[in-house]
Each structure stands twice: as C-alpha cells, then as structure tokens.
Design a protein around this ligand. Structure first.
Ligand code: ATP
Length: 349
C-alpha cells in the first residue's frame, strides 16, 4: 500500500490516511486497533471492495487498485460469513470450484484435501444446520482456501465463536496459514489474537498506522505513548511529569528515576504493570510513588492491584500481595524497566 487514503461522505470521514505498508510473501499481517480506526476499510481496499481515494495498491509488481475483486485472486472471510443453508458442507466448499468450471474429479480431490486440512472430513455430508459453530467457521474457511487465493483476507473471523473455540481456532488458523504459506491479512481489535497469530502487527488508530512490528517488538518497544497504552493487559502505566536530570517530578510530590536525556522538559515515564511492585507503608526513598490501594483483584494467575496515585489509577500485576483496599502503599520498579517518552509522546529511551 503506497500512501493509501480513503475518504467517505465527501471527505468528511477519513477512514484511512496515507497508509504505507509492505506485506511480505507468505506473511501473516494483522491490522489491530480500536473500533472505527479503519481496519476493515483498509482490508476492503486490498480486496477491491472499496476504491482508494488516493494512493496505490500493488500485488507484487502489478497495480491492482483499479481492478475488480474477481481479478485479484483474493479470498475473504468475514465475521458474519454465511454458508449456503440448502447445500451440504461438501457442496459449500466445492462451490467456488464449480463456478470456476473445475472438473468433478479434481473438485473431489481438492475438497477432500481441504476438508482434511481443516479437520471437517467427517462433516462433509452434513447440512450447515447440523454442525457446530466451529465447524461452520471451518467450512467457511475451507470454502475460501479451496480457491488457492494469492491473498487471504480475514475480518474478525473468530468473534462469533465462544472463548474456548476461539482459542482453538486461533492456533488452527495459524497452522493452516503457515502450512499453505498464503499471504494473509487479518483484522481484529483483540490484541491477544493479534499477538498470538501475527508475524507482524500494524497498530492502527484514527485511520493511520501507528506502528508496524513483530509482536514481541511491539510489546518491548512501543514507539509512542498511544501504542504503549494500547498494548498489554492491562496496558502500560504512564506517569506524566517534569524531568530534571535523572529524576521526573510527578504530581502529588512523587518523583521517579528516568534516564538522563535532554529530550524535553515534560515527559511520560511508562512502566508495565508486571514490572511494578507494591509495598505497604510510606515511600522509603525519593524514588518511589506513594498511593492508596483502591482494589485488589485475585485473578488466579496473578493479583491485579489498582492504586490511586495523586488521582490517577495505576495498575500493578503481582504474583501475590498482602495489601488491602484503603491501605497506604508505595510502588517501586527497576529504572531499566521504565520507558521514557517526550512531550509529544514519542519514545526517547
Ligand atoms: P470496527 O472494528 O468497528 O469494524 P474498523 O476499525 O474496521 O472498525 P472501519 O469500518 O474501517 O473501522 O471504519 C472506519 C471509519 O470509516 C469509521 O468512522 C466508519 O464510520 C467510516 N466508514 C466506513 N465505511 C463507510 C461507508 N461506507 N460510508 C461512510 N463511512 C464509512
């Protein structure tokens, strides 16, 4: 995608603005972002269901943005995929090949192969109404894959499934995609899904791409406070303050350490909830943050402690804790676990 923009309503709605993105052959690329950030529109432009208002889309060295969807060899699966109810699973999967005029023998072979890949061999003679939600979703995927598209486009395809099935399909989809090596673009607002499946993730907000990176890089080096605040569950805590040398003064008389850079006077220091600890009593040094425990949520795997620090809620994720709501506590972290962002929210160190 080269500087691709899409406007609706005579330019009043900017759905996408100057998207620049190169997706590699065989890559699993995820568009991740909050509702309304323009993920679906970007995907629909790749599919050919929307025409860019500006910019160019190329598949290899062929420009495709003026081409019809049928001339792009893409397959798309939506959240609300629909199977033909009066056809069996086999007939549903076979249908695209029938339309293409593929001879019956080859069709049978390809249906068998695809059904095996998606583990629905046993369901081929059932009607869609007789199979489970997960099997219906697999059938929809099989119908898309059987055409051997050069690009596979998926728009929240798992959101209608229950949590357990979603987890299962997540790894299945990833397996199928890497077995087939089809270049895949996947839209989701679910960061766990994005992190677990994507080779790279394009994080979107307000129609633009904020960062494109591998999942671990996105977590380890969020380039802006916006991305930092979006990735992680709960996301990174951000402390705004004024930097002087290696100290950042925060509201409420708190102060924390920061790497000594002359980036800007106003900065944000980011610390992930899992990199903080919470201890009862008043702060012991200049470099701690004092607050009051609001809630303590034992979540099995860890305990989430919410602490009110000068009117802002700070999340702390600890293996166990002895603090209680209402208690005065202080928060600590290792200075090397903190991120420093300048006044514009850009990562400094
Ligand atoms: P969601 O996750 O809620 O589906 P999204 O990130 O996929 O959201 P889009 O559906 O791409 O977002 O929408 C981006 C913006 O463009 C929104 O403000 C939306 O209202 C607007 N938009 C999308 N399609 C149209 C259209 N056909 N006409 C007018 N506005 C549109």
């Amino acid at each position: 995608m080269r500087s691709v923009s899409k406007y609706f309503d005579g330019g009043d709605t900017v759905a996408n603005y100057k998207l620049d993105l190169e997706i590699n052959d065989g890559e699993f690329l995820v568009f991740l972002g909050p509702s309304g950030c323009g993920k679906t529109t970007a995907l629909r432009m790749i599919a050919g269901l929307e025409t860019p208002s500006d910019g160019e889309i190329h598949f290899d060295d062929e420009r495709v943005d003026g081409k019809q969807p049928a001339d792009r060899n893409v397959a798309m699966v939506f959240q609300n995929y629909a199977l033909y109810p009066h056809m069996t699973v086999r007939e549903n999967i076979e249908y695209p090949l029938k339309i293409q005029g593929v001879p019956p023998e080859e069709r049978d072979e390809r249906v068998a192969e695809t059904a095996e890949l998606l583990h629905i061999e046993e369901e081929l003679d059932s009607d869609p109404a007789e199979i489970s939600g997960g099997q219906r979703q697999r059938t929809a995927l099989a119908r898309a894959i059987i055409r051997e598209p050069s690009v596979f486009l998926l728009d929240e395809p798992l959101s209608n499934l229950d949590a357990k099935l979603r987890l299962e399909m997540r790894s299945e989809l990833k397996r199928i995609q890497s077995e087939l090596g089809i270049t895949t673009v996947y839209v989701t607002h679910n960061q766990e899904e994005a992190m677990s499946m994507g080779d790279r993730i394009a994080v979107m907000n307000e129609g633009t791409i904020r960062q494109v990176a591998k999942p671990e890089e996105l977590y380890e080096r969020p380039r802006t406070t916006w991305v930092a605040n979006f990735i992680g569950s709960p996301p990174m805590n951000l402390f705004e303050g004024t930097q002087e040398d290696d100290t950042v003064d925060l509201a409420g008389g708190n102060a924390i350490p920061a790497r000594n850079t002359a980036a800007s006077e106003t900065v944000s220091v980011g610390v992930r909830p899992e990199d903080m600890s919470v201890t009862p009593g008043p702060p012991e040094t200049d470099w701690t943050i004092g607050g009051t425990v609001e809630t303590v949520e034992p979540l099995g795997e860890y305990v989430l402690v919410n602490v009110d620090v000068a009117g802002e809620l700070v999340n702390v994720k600890v293996p166990s804790t002895e603090v209680d709501p209402g208690q005065q506590v202080h928060l600590t972290f290792e200075p090397e676990d903190a991120y420093l962002y300048d006044g514009d929210g850009e990562l400094v160190a």
